[in-house]
Write a protein that binds this ligand. Structure first.
Ligand code: BGC
Length: 761
């Protein structure tokens, strides 16, 4: 019997009672954790609050570097992340379980953001599917693959609402809307955890980054945030809360400040809101060294900021070791109490208990699983489906698409044959070598019928200094040895021989993501030039944009006959694109973040409030709220996306003209597929509160359903509106609906115009 199992057996025999600091209500767990904590020294308790990553150099063989090994053996590590494989992780766990004094197992985490090895489209793309079942399924697959590889704690979902495409991490979330963001948060937590943390195929989820990280000023990563409480509660908090209501096990604090105090040391945020108001009972982990970073924020030295974080309600310190190195001193000096440390320690032990680690610390380390569970044909099939349904058709003049499976197609652009850019940002567990390129995908899907010719045409960027910044994790921008002119000439000559040009352009993987903010979100000049040359050939031009953010693409959309927003579509993206372009899949994606006309319109989003001087129409009017040099409306609004078929909405009806607070309102609408293809439509329902005590948004998404409708068929789609859909937070943060008139709009995007109205008494 290992020392650990002996220890557990002794604990179970011991019938002491729990301590009163528990928050779980699970008495067996309380007793267990209390008994364990009675045996722990203060150093061992602080050790549980320490999260480490051995970094890139995690050795095979002896698992971890000496320093880390020693820390684990001496009970100074509660969790570890970034180490992969059941065998390696078993060895690391053995150090904790068999060689530390109390044998407390560690938790093993990772960032599994859009799939583990089976990489799905990046989250902004996945969100564009508006398909909650599919999103949940991708999270389920991610959990199955990650746990097969010894990872059972995930730093996902990232649910930060963002309305600023300059911010690189807009790619990592669900876009601009709190309602849609909440539904996606729920689907992802359910997919990862499946209501059963001890199952060997589920993992504990972490909702991040709490809070408001997506509202960094000027879209610059890690920048300050300053926002009214009204806006926080109504527009930015809902997805975090939805994840908590769905039972998420962990919350990660964000890098930014909130009300002047960095999130990692913000008691109002981490305790008053998160625990007291929302009832969260899991643990809070910091972001990477975000405790230490409070020194740079100007909140004091390491000891001061570590004490601040603990007292604020932060339980686990990621990488920075401020807790490990200063909390004992702070305890001696009375700056923190033993109870502060106990509370945090208990929360982490509870998470371990819920994960089943005290019953079997090796639960997730089964050497046979990687081969059976990772990157299976079935998983790849879901990835292909997800990629196809994440793509958004933004323009399709003269029904150029779907293309005929015949003739010659010229595939042109720096992203046609660029494996290392297929997965997208934040896919550290993926392997781009496994990805299908666009060129390969075309050969797979239509290679027998279509003559495919290809040219790179341009570099993603010609600027070597820019390329250096993008290539930090390996080459993503390859600057060709040939001159830009030679490449252009080749592209034009190849295109002249083709019946149609498909230009695959956009961003390299690392042009979005963490620390990848841009002030200029246009197509890099090298690619713009290429597109102009291609347009000049007069051949039908399909532009496919691979990007992790909404870009400024007015010119590109204008010169294209058809335009597809592809995102970075993951391991099967290369197959999914021809599935879409040749009509094996009829596009159904809808934008979840507004595409601006230009970057000057940012922040831009559909759910705006009226000013006292609203613009009437889209022409400039003096002394109205508008711009001299750009319209107020975006290039493409939230919810927008075309299909190869068309849909008509009619007969919007409501079951009551007047409702009271306890009533439900039934809304129904008929949707007819009036085109020539079977297709899917995302039926969207928006509500406007006509008069309220605080300026109400002009419309808010309050329901959606993705329905598949055969050509010629009509389906009735029903929605139920409850009082909660009409309620909002008031200045005193009370949440209720105000009586009065409401308008409903139903349609295929946020400009939906089919309307009805009702009154709340
Ligand atoms: C990111 C987090 C991530 C963490 C650990 C940080 O830089 O902000 O989202 O979970 O690193 O990898």
């Amino acid at each position: 019997m290992s020392r650990f199992l002996l220890f557990v057996a002794v604990l179970f025999l011991f019938t002491g009672c729990g301590t009163p600091t528990s928050n779980s209500g699970d008495s067996e767990m309380d007793v267990f954790v209390s008994d364990l904590m009675k045996k722990m020294t203060i150093q061992e308790k602080i050790g549980q609050l320490n999260l480490i990553t051995p970094g890139g150099g995690i050795p095979t063989g002896s698992v971890v570097s000496t320093g880390v090994e020693e820390k684990i053996k001496t009970g100074k590590v509660g969790g570890i992340f970034g180490v992969y494989g059941p065998e390696k992780n078993r060895q690391a766990q053995q150090l904790a379980v068999e060689e530390s004094r109390l044998g407390i197992p560690m938790i093993f985490g990772s960032d599994v953001i859009h799939g583990y090895k089976t990489t799905f489209p990046l989250p902004l793309g996945l969100a564009s599917t508006w398909d909650m079942e599919l999103i949940e399924k991708t999270a389920q697959i991610a959990a199955k693959e990650a746990t097969a590889d010894g990872i059972f704690w995930n730093f996902s979902p990232m649910v930060d609402v963002s309305r600023d495409p300059r911010w690189g991490r807009i790619s990592e979330g669900a876009g601009e809307d709190p309602y849609l963001g909440s539904e996606i948060a729920k689907a992802m937590v359910n997919g990862y955890q499946q209501g059963n943390l001890t199952a060997t195929t589920t993992m504990m989820a972490t909702v991040k980054h709490f809070a408001l990280y997506g509202a960094a000023e000027a879209g610059r990563d890690y920048n300050s945030v300053d926002m009214s409480h009204l806006r926080m509660f109504n527009e930015y908090f809902p997805p975090y809360k939805a994840a908590i209501d769905a039972g998420v096990g962990c919350v990660m604090s964000s890098f930014n400040d909130v009300d002047g105090v960095p999130a990692s040391g913000n008691k109002w945020l981490l305790t008053d809101v998160l625990r007291d108001r929302w009832g969260f009972d899991g643990f809070v982990v910091s972001d990477y060294t975000s405790v230490n970073e409070m020194i740079a924020h100007g909140l004091g030295d390491l000891q001061a900021v570590s004490a601040l974080a603990l007292k604020a309600g932060l339980d686990m310190d990621m990488v920075g070791e401020g807790f490990l190195t200063t909390l004992e001193k702070s305890l001696e000096e009375g700056k923190v109490t033993e109870e502060d440390i106990n509370i945090a320690c208990r929360r982490i032990l509870e998470a371990k208990y819920k994960l089943g680690l005290f019953e079997d610390p090796y639960l997730y380390f089964d050497n046979a699983r990687p081969e059976n569970d990772i990157l299976t044909a079935e998983h790849r099939q879901v990835a292909r489906q997800a990629a196809a349904s994440s793509m958004v058709l933004l323009k399709n003049e003269n029904q150029l698409l779907p293309l005929e499976k015949s003739g010659t197609a010229a595939l042109v652009g720096p992203l046609v044959d660029s494996r290392s850019n297929m997965l997208g940002t934040w896919a550290p567990t993926g392997d781009f070598n496994l990805a299908v390129t666009v060129l390969e995908g075309f050969k797979n899907v239509v290679g027998d019928d279509v003559n495919i010719v290809h040219a790179k045409g341009a570099n993603i960027s010609d600027d070597p200094e820019f390329a250096k910044k993008i290539n930090v994790f390996g080459p993503k921008i390859f600057i060709d040895e040939r001159s830009p002119e030679t490449m252009l000439r080749e592209a034009v000559s190849v295109s002249n021989k083709a019946d149609v040009i498909i230009a695959v352009v956009g961003e390299a993987t690392e042009m979005t993501g963490e620390s990848s903010s841009r002030t200029d979100i246009t197509m890099p000049p090298s690619q713009k030039k290429l597109l102009k040359e291609l347009a000049k050939t007069g051949k039908p031009l399909v532009i496919v944009n691979m990007s992790g953010r909404p870009m400024e693409i007015v010119e590109e959309v204008e010169m294209a006959d058809a335009f597809v927003q592809m995102w970075h579509a993951g391991v099967e993206g290369g197959n999914a694109l021809p599935d879409v372009l040749f009509g094996d899949y009829n596009p159904s994606g809808k934008l979840t973040a507004t595409f601006p006309v230009n970057v000057g319109q940012v922040p831009i989003y559909y759910s705006i409030r009226n000013t006292g001087r609203p613009q009437d129409g889209d022409t400039f009017q003096k002394f109205k709220s508008n711009y001299l040099d750009a319209p107020n409306s975006p290039l493409f609004p939230f919810g927008y996306g075309l299909s190869y078929t068309s849909f008509e909405f009619k007969n919007l009806s409501i079951d009551k003209a007047t409702i009271t607070n306890n009533d439900e309102l039934k809304v129904s609408v008929e949707v007819t597929n009036t085109g020539n293809f079977d297709g899917e439509e995302v039926v969207q329902l928006y509500i406007r509160d006509m008069v309220a005590s605080i300026t109400p948004p002009l419309r808010l998404l309050k329901g959606f359903e993705k329905v598949s409708i055969s050509k010629g068929e009509t389906k009735t789609v029903e929605f139920t509106i409850t009082n909660e859909d009409l309620a909002f937070y008031h200045a005193d943060l009370s949440f209720y609906a105000e009586p009065g008139e409401f308008e409903i709009y139903v349609g295929g995007d946020s400009n939906a115009s089919l309307a009805s109205k009702f009154t709340l008494k």
